[in-house]
Design a protein around this ligand. Structure first.
Ligand code: GLC
Ligand code: CA
Length: 546
């Protein structure tokens, strides 16, 4: 199962530009800010930086609503700044990956504005239809953010489709011109020296039919007509043939609700180089706020084993700008925040595939404390809150449920030091509040502390860099009762054994897992805390075995 491409041994760091570093004191992160932190990122030990969208946008969905693919939002800088970022990154051997958001555009994109006129050549760039009858949309689909997936436009007396908010109309990939426009965008950035794309909701963009969806789901009803459709597979293969195969690049799919069979097909047919599955995030029904179960490590283990053994390569992640912080989701933010962060780091960085680290994950940042969902900057949280208001919940429960899916959690400013606004900005006012825990959790203080989460990340990244078993090795799950996570990575004659306790209790290591001659390569515990035969709460160890 050896895979060698230029991306194979790389670790990718996701930057959420709005919250990474503000260079001009307006409370909003920007490109110059990113440039000022490139040395930090190099020193951390990552290889590529994926930037969440920085294109011109009304920011209705924080940039995932693009108004012009060829210009940079003034909040972040200019195209010259971006070119400079490419150059400065290149000097340090870092590569830049862009977010490609083409399932939809913003309703402020010139194409969409023009398309509202039925006689415009842009009409067919989007999906316009007559209603079933007066006031009734063309089908019963619901948007991923809840509510109907169609909006009526009185100017043209038809409805347009939007799988996300009504300000994010879906592009029509049945139109050859749209496909060509996307290829033009790809070449534009690849020719600039960009290393590749993280392709937003890419398995939803080709609608096979517009028939009614099954079921009653308040979000995503109708999915069976577009998720991983035949046309979607063909489209991605076409991007490869026409564009990607001509560059040294990487193509990463964000593939909602994907299954193993489709995953294999994307990889084996050169449609994607890797993809994000959502089972990890949803292992406790997290994405269905009303049905969430109490998290257990075995849920996470089971889905990870399924994917690790199911496909040849994965995009591994525990956090991103859409998910809560991993310590809050899979760890214990109250009693064991640091230990949780380190144990989760071991998991994320020793699986087979490309590891993704989300900004702030490397210092153990946690969720924002409870907020009024109405004050959320996140459109999906506000929409869910509106639906919940119609149901018989107390205010307290509604807050709790809406807050669970609030994407502001992981979007707060990066915590650089203990100065004003955590050193993210010179302004006291930032676009999202700084997490109040910044005095304890920040880059400066952690750099100085040998036992910090940050220094543990560095050690782990170094280990990964010098030991190719972690890159090329096969993944071998080891079955254990209870909640322990255990697996081996095997490459040629080399074996690494990973043992992770994601519970808050001490665990006795089962006899069959204690291997003679195993040599400890790295432990999440300080050396003096290590106890043979036992795992402390949230302890993770990596051994070399013969
Ligand atoms: C992806 C993005 C998310 C966005 C959505 C619509 O899931 O990660 O932030 O809201 O697509 O573009
Ligand atoms: Ca700024």
């Amino acid at each position: 199962m050896e895979t060698k491409r230029s991306f194979t041994d790389k670790v990718i760091y996701q930057i959420y530009p709005r919250s990474f570093c503000d260079s001009n004191g307006d409370g909003i992160g920007d490109i110059q800010g990113i440039i000022s932190k490139l040395d930090y990122l190099k020193d951390l030990g990552v290889d590529c930086l994926w930037l969440s969208p920085i294109y011109k946008s009304p920011l209705m969905d924080m940039g995932y609503d693009v108004a012009d693919y060829y210009s940079i939002h003034p909040d972040y800088g200019t195209m010259e700044d971006f070119d400079r970022l490419l150059k400065e990154a290149d000097k340090r051997g870092l590569r830049i990956i862009m977010d490609l958001v083409v399932n939809h555009t913003s309703d402020q994109h010139e194409w969409f504005k023009a398309s509202r006129d039925p006689s415009s050549p842009y009409r067919d760039y989007y999906i316009w239809r007559k209603g079933k009858k007066d006031g009734v949309p063309p089908n019963n689909w619901t948007s991923m953010f809840t509510g109907p997936a169609w909006t009526y436009d009185s100017q043209s007396e038809e409805w347009y489709l939007h799988l996300y908010s009504s300000e994010q109309p879906d592009l029509n990939f049945h139109n050859e011109k749209v496909v060509e426009e996307v290829e033009r965008i790809l070449r534009f950035y690849l020719d600039k020296g960009v290393y590749g794309f993280r392709c937003d909701v890419i398995n939803q963009c080709y609608k096979e039919s517009l028939d009614d969806g099954k079921g009653l789901s308040p979000s995503g009803r109708g999915m069976e007509h577009y998720l991983c459709s035949e046309g979607n597979h063909k489209l991605l293969r076409r991007f490869y043939d026409d564009v990607f195969s001509h560059y040294d690049c990487v193509v990463i799919g964000e593939t909602y609700a994907i299954d193993v069979e489709n995953g294999r097909r994307y990889l084996d047919n050169h449609e994607l180089d890797m993809f994000f599955q959502f089972d990890t995030a949803n292992c406790d029904n997290f994405l269905l706020p009303l049905f969430k179960k109490k998290f257990k490590p075995r849920y996470l283990r089971d889905v990870i084993y399924k994917w690790q053994t199911g496909v040849s390569w994965m995009a591994n992640y525990l956090e991103n700008h859409d998910q809560p912080r991993s310590i809050n989701h899979y760890g214990d933010p109250v009693k064991f925040p640091k230990a949780s962060a380190k144990a989760l780091a071991v998991l994320n960085l020793t699986l087979r595939g490309t590891p993704f680290i989300y900004q702030g994950e490397e210092i153990g940042m946690t969720n924002l404390p409870l907020q009024d969902p109405e004050q959320s900057q996140d459109v999906s949280c506000r929409q869910v809150n509106e639906i919940l208001k119609k149901l018989p919940f107390t205010k307290k429960t509604r807050y709790k449920l809406a807050n669970r899916v609030n994407r502001d959690h992981a979007r707060t400013p990066m915590q650089w030091n203990d100065a004003v606004s955590a050193g993210f900005s010179t302004s006291e006012k930032t676009w999202l509040p700084v997490n109040p825990n910044y005095k304890a959790v920040n880059v400066a203080s952690e750099s100085a502390d040998p036992a910090s989460v940050l220094n543990f990340y560095k050690a782990l990244l170094q280990l990964r860099k010098k030991d190719e078993v972690f890159v090329y090795g096969d993944f071998r799950p080891i079955m254990v009762h209870g909640d322990l996570i255990a697996y081996q990575r095997v490459y040629k004659d080399e074996r690494r054994f990973i043992l992770i306790n994601l519970t808050g209790k001490e665990v006795k290591i089962p006899r069959h897992l204690i291997l003679d001659g195993a040599k400890l390569l790295l432990s999440s515990l300080p050396v003096q805390g290590y106890r043979m035969g036992f795992l402390s709460p949230f302890e993770a160890d990596i051994f070399e075995i013969k």
